[in-house]
Design a binder for this molecule. Structure first.
Ligand SMILES: Nc1ncnc2c1ncn2[C@@H]1O[C@H](COP(=O)(O)OP(=O)(O)OP(=O)(O)O)[C@@H](O)[C@H]1O
Ligand SMILES: [Mg+2]
Length: 485
């Protein structure tokens, strides 16, 4: 069996099956291999390319602009370079290319270029930038359409001393244009705080633009932020990026540690020089943008994991605002609950007054992995279930209640969250809270048995006499089992 020839054919079939375009030239710049995907991207036939010199096939290229020829000359790879060109049939194509030298015995015998077609992705990112530009244009045109209302410091609810200190620090930072780094777990209010800083700053009349660096493919982020210029030969329009759109305003870069580190270097230069350069462009543009970045992990950890460049970190960290997780500032929970009840009363047209002490106990003692956002959703969910004007335990999401479910009757006894919370010292009168808790339990048990004391006692797992005694002491009349609020 001619295994050498078989290998070559199999090898070619494999390369043709790849999504990536592969283009190989020898040391003179003559094409030796050109796979099917490369032909598809460039809308050429392999036969038009093979055995011909690249400059002959691509007349718009020069020895200085052809990456293949550059790599053959220098012997150094060019990694992840974005390129936009017009194909022979007039289609605008954007690719990300990596070009590597082919070395045999230490000598450069050619180069291979691997290309990924990101035209569609690129179109999507351009649409995103266009839509934002349109939105901003409308809002600043004074055509009567109000822009999205941005949060202010008043919207940041909290009484914990650390939160008060944080707000004070953020308020001071609002007077300058220094870079700011905000950190806090998911849902702790990073974007709220960043918007508040913008709203309190002299830039409040300018745009506020937020971009999550983890939300778009890495290869597109650079174009989205810095904009793009097409090669002079295409005649296509250049495009601004978010930096230019945010001129005189604030650019919020969320999950900054998801930004590729070489782009982080470019960001650092933009912050330091106050200029940017669109991809593929030669001109520097002055920009006046305040950068606020955030991470949902501890920045020191991002630094240690090399997700965040040290030089950028020190630049951003001029002002660091760390928002503590909700479970570390439980005294903020009751005011937040009140705030969200008010908010959803307005939105849902309800007139809920409060959470019952028992429900509040659960809310205060829960560990809130999703922080304030999770609390907000819990209250919204409860308000969709509530019948009267008080949020009860069984209106709360199951995740909060643990394994004991949401039925009122099963809400009995045991070392539940409320008791643990009570032991931790709650921000409301403990004695009153325990009495309220007990009253709620008893009333709930009676309600669910239709006022039958014996069955309620069995449900609660206590003797009937004990229940009767407690009902009397708490002034609960057994013939009245309705809502006592
Ligand atoms: N202290 C607060 N007072 C009032 N509302 C708050 C507070 N903190 C957060 N919220 C609300 O909680 C929700 C989540 O806040 P935000 O989007 O700012 O969090 P985030 O830290 O940016 O979250 P993520 O990391 O998931 O993007 C928002 O609806 C916000 O208005
Ligand atoms: Mg956010």
């Amino acid at each position: 069996m001619d295994s050498a020839r078989l290998d070559a054919n199999v090898f070619k079939a494999i390369l043709d099956a790849l999504d990536e375009g592969i283009h190989v030239v020898d040391e003179t710049g003559r094409t030796m291999f050109y796979n099917r995907s490369a032909a598809r991207m460039e809308e050429l036939d392999a036969s038009e390319v093979i055995d011909r010199h690249v400059l002959e096939v691509f007349p718009s290229l020069t020895p200085a602009t052809s990456t293949l020829l550059k790599v053959v000359r220098s012997g150094k790879p060019i990694i992840n370079q974005q390129q936009t060109y017009t194909s022979f049939k007039g289609r605008t194509v954007t690719t990300v290319n990596s070009t590597l030298p082919l070395l045999v015995g230490g000598r450069v015998v050619g180069a291979v270029e691997v290309s990924r077609d990101i035209t569609l992705l690129r179109k999507m990112s351009e649409m995103i930038v266009d839509l934002r530009a349109e939105l901003l244009g409308k809002n600043s045109a004074g055509d009567g359409s109000p822009g999205p209302r941005l949060f202010t410091f008043d919207d940041f609810v909290g009484e914990d001393p650390r939160v008060l200190a944080l707000k004070a620090k953020a308020g001071k930072a609002a007077r300058t244009s220094s870079s700011v780094l905000v950190s806090g777990e998911t849902g702790t209010g990073k974007e709220l705080l960043v918007q508040a800083i913008h709203s309190a700053s002299r830039r409040r009349g300018g745009p506020f633009i937020a971009q999550n660096c983890a939300a778009v493919p890495e290869t597109l982020l650079e174009g989205i932020l810095f904009g793009t210029a097409r090669g002079g030969f295409t005649g296509a329009k250049d495009r601004p990026g978010l930096f230019e759109l945010a001129d005189k305003g604030t650019l919020y870069l969320d999950e900054i540690n998801s930004m590729p580190v070489d782009l982080q270097a470019k960001l650092l230069r933009a912050i330091q020089d106050k200029t940017i350069r669109r991809i593929g462009d030669t001109v520097e543009r002055r920009i006046d943008v305040r950068i606020i970045a955030s991470t949902s992990i501890d920045p020191a950890e991002a630094l240690a994991k090399r997700e965040l460049r040290a030089d950028l970190y020190y630049r951003l960290n001029v002002v660091h605002l760390a928002i503590p997780p909700l479970r570390d500032r439980r005294r903020d929970i009751p005011p937040l609950v009140g705030y969200f009840i008010g908010k959803f009363n307005r939105e849902l047209g309800l007139c809920v007054e409060r959470a019952s002490p028992d429900a509040m106990g659960r809310l205060v003692s829960y560990h809130w992995p999703g922080n304030v956002r999770e609390l907000e959703h819990a209250i919204e969910g409860a308000m969709n279930l509530v019948e009267g004007n008080v949020i009860e335990v069984w209106h709360l999401p199951a995740s909060l209640l643990g394994s004991d479910g949401r039925r009122p009757a099963s809400d009995v006894g045991g070392e539940d969250g409320t008791r643990k919370a009570a032991a931790q010292g709650l921000p409301f009168a403990l004695k009153q809270s325990v009495a309220d808790h007990e009253r709620n339990l008893l009333v709930t048990a009676l309600e669910s048995t239709g006022g039958n004391v014996s069955r309620a006692a069995r449900l609660l797992g206590i003797p009937r006499q004990t229940l009767q005694y407690r009902l009397k002491r708490l002034g609960i009349a057994t013939h009245r089992t309705g809502d006592r609020n």
